[in-house]
Design a protein around this ligand. Structure first.
Ligand code: HGY
Ligand code: MN
Ligand code: MN
Length: 412
């Protein structure tokens, strides 16, 4: 029996319904930011489900959560899957959560099919993929992969000044689990299931995206300093208006990033003006820069120009530019890509090869071993939006491809 025959569409859908209540928002989305009480509740619920099936649950020092199904060879490098349970502030019910629940469904289907595997199979709920509360994003997978230092990340603070290490302690007090002392990067293969977060699968009427890679990305913070002054008495000629300068800087950056082919993805997602009083000239503006491109040389050229562009447009204020992340484009392992395509074909599922515009934890796993991803459609490609939607049938189809891939890899 193929494990995919025991994927249970209704069970998988219900688990999404149950998880969507944790941090649920009135318009149907979720706000389940990293290490929030809502995130802790999701970790606790996943651990309860895992314990009920006899799977081993444990965490690592940065708060990644592992659900592991034993193999006949306990110390064989495991096959890994997973994604993230944290969300954007006005996020959707499927971004990240689908990859964790599809991975959990795969473990259950292996159990229900009575399939023993030589290698353990583990689902990882990576900590803080979204990076909206604590920057940078994909933090848990990046620390696991050795790209960011654990101690530095534990000291990161959110906008309320809460230290990540303290938020992690609070989370573990609500959702306790065994913590392994170190990061174990030995694995045989990694496959992450995720909604596409774009319109192509739906437009081309395909059920499965055979993901070939992930475009590169860079993120920056820009802090502009001027001088607070009285709105009624200060002439323009002596003002150091941080908002006025910030508008000029963002405009100059948009021109710098301009791409007639519309391949560059440039976003200023956070923009804070202080003190935010109607009758005080703003003295400080903080904003974020996120841009992406599939070509590493274009990414480097655009990134190397940012400081110069900001300096040339910020007068009479001053600016501080800090690069937060620089993630190279990811090319997935051809054997994993071929396996995802072959299992989709074997299940009679229409599929297409495609790159990922969105970033994923797989970016930080791929440099350490064979990795790949499986996409399923989401309605109109909408994501990072409460309207994000997917169908029970598509979610189950992705889980069927996933479990057949994992079963084959776990017996290699
Ligand atoms: O930003 C990203 O690409 C991911 O969805 N967090
Ligand atoms: Mn995601
Ligand atoms: Mn996301």
């Amino acid at each position: 029996m193929r494990a995919s025959e025991r994927v249970n569409e209704r069970r998988l859908w219900q688990r999404h319904v149950d998880m969507a209540k944790l941090g649920g928002l009135p318009r149907g989305g979720v706000n389940r930011q990293a290490l929030s009480p809502e995130d802790a509740a999701a970790r606790r619920l996943l651990a309860e489900w895992a314990a009920a099936r006899g799977f081993d649950v444990y965490g690592d020092p940065i708060g990644n959560l592992y659900v592991r199904r034993a193999g006949t060879e306990a110390d064989a490098p495991p096959v890994l899957t997973g994604s993230h349970m944290d969300s954007q502030p006005t996020g959707g019910k499927y971004d990240g959560m689908y990859g964790v629940l599809a991975g959990f469904e795969a473990l259950e289907a292996l159990e229900d099919a009575g399939i023993r595997t030589r290698r353990p199979v583990a689902v990882i709920a990576w900590m803080n993929e979204e990076g909206s509360r604590f920057q940078p994003g994909a933090m848990g997978s990046a620390v696991w992969g050795g790209d960011y230092a654990l101690s530095a990340m534990l000291d990161v603070t959110d906008r309320a000044g809460v230290r990540l290490g303290d938020a992690l302690k609070d989370t573990l007090s609500v959702a306790p689990c065994r913590i392994v002392p170190d990061f174990d990067r030995r694995f045989h293969a990694y496959i992450e299931a995720h909604i596409e977060q774009g319109p192509r699968l739906e437009a081309d009427r395909r059920t499965i995206g055979v993901v070939t890679g992930i475009q590169g990305s860079q993120r920056y913070t820009v802090d502009i300093s001027g001088e607070e002054a009285h709105a009624g008495t200060t002439p323009l000629r002596v003002r150091k208006d941080a908002l006025r300068s910030a508008i000029a800087v963002v405009d100059a950056l948009q021109r710098h990033m301009n791409d007639p082919a519309d391949v560059v993805r440039f976003t200023v997602g956070r923009f804070e003006c202080r003190p935010g009083s109607p009758n005080t000239v703003p003295g400080h503006v903080h904003f974020t820069v996120d841009f992406r491109h599939p070509d590493a040389t274009v990414l480097a050229r655009l990134g190397d120009g940012i400081e110069r562009v900001v300096a040339a447009s910020v007068a009479p204020c001053t600016a501080k530019v800090v690069r937060i992340t620089d993630v190279a484009p990811t090319v997935f392992d051809a054997r994993i890509v071929d396996l995802v395509r072959a299992k989709s074909e074997a299940l009679g599922l229409p599929n297409m090869d495609m790159p990922s515009g969105a970033g994923h934890d797989a970016m930080h796993v791929a440099p350490h071993g064979p990795a790949g991803m499986i996409f399923v459609p989401c309605e109109r490609g909408i994501s990072h939006n409460e309207a994000e939607a997917a169908t029970p049938a598509d979610l189950a189809a992705g889980a069927r491809v996933l479990v057949d891939c994992l079963a084959e890899l776990a017996n290699e």
